[in-house]
Design a protein around this ligand. Structure first.
Ligand SMILES: CC(C)(COP(=O)(O)OP(=O)(O)OC[C@H]1O[C@@H](n2cnc3c(N)ncnc32)[C@H](O)[C@@H]1OP(=O)(O)O)[C@@H](O)C(=O)NCCC(=O)NCCS
Length: 186
């Protein structure tokens, strides 16, 4: 591969390239990041409990450990971008997003880790707009697709992604086990 063909995951395209943007992405400051991670750790802990993946007592610690693993250098973790979503005309924060750009196998790999729209701003099209902006960024970086992962028990998010053309490419399956039956293996 020539240097010209190398993916450029470090390049930051601008949002101005999108003709209908009503939101823009603003990289988080360290202060924003500290607040955002704090909120995310407690939300993620609650999700772990809700999905039966942790006890209530252990959930905060698991959540903290997972965030340290995902973002070992915080905001400076290479390839990871954490942004506030600002409504363009009023400059009001409506949510946040986190995406990752990595060069793998000679191709830029663009992954949307997280999108959150604050409750009072939902169903105004901000998530759809954000996803389109992210897709535009991915295109500008030379990626031919964007990916994300979603829990099937989040129908709003599943509906959003499906509406925008995302299709399932793999599936994690779970089986809830009955408690041990008498006479069964120990
Ligand atoms: C999921 C989420 C990001 C959607 O944000 P949003 O800005 O409200 O989404 P949009 O307004 O762009 O919605 C576009 C379409 O997605 C679908 N959709 C969005 N939220 C929905 C919901 N709660 N129930 C059903 N469909 C929904 C609808 O088809 C909607 O179009 P419509 O409003 O014309 O019916 C937002 O609800 C959120 O932040 N939830 C909590 C965090 C989360 O679950 N993030 C996703 C993790 S994978």
């Amino acid at each position: 591969m020539s240097a010209r063909d190398e993916p450029r995951p470090d390049r930051e395209p601008t949002d101005a390239s999108h003709p209908v943007a009503r939101v823009r992405l603003e990289p988080m400051s360290e202060e924003d990041y500290a607040k955002s991670v704090k909120r995310s750790i407690s939300r993620y802990a609650a999700e772990l409990v809700q999905r039966g993946l942790s006890t209530k007592e252990g959930s905060l610690e698991v959540s903290r450990q997972d965030f340290e693993r995902f973002l070992p250098q915080g905001l400076k973790t290479p390839g990871h971008h954490l942004c506030n979503l600002l409504e363009i005309t009023r400059n009001v924060r409506v949510g946040e997003t986190w995406y990752t750009v990595q060069g793998r196998g000679g191709k830029p790999h663009f992954w949307i880790d997280w999108i959150w729209i604050d409750a009072k701003h939902r169903r105004h099209g901000y998530a759809s707009q954000t996803l389109r902006l992210l897709e535009e960024r991915a295109r500008q970086l030379g990626a031919d697709r964007t990916g994300l992962s979603v829990w099937m028990d989040n129908p709003g998010a599943v509906a959003l992604y499906s509406k925008l053309g995302y299709v399932a490419t793999n599936m994690r399956m779970t089986k809830l086990l009955d408690r041990a039956v008498e006479g069964g293996p120990r």
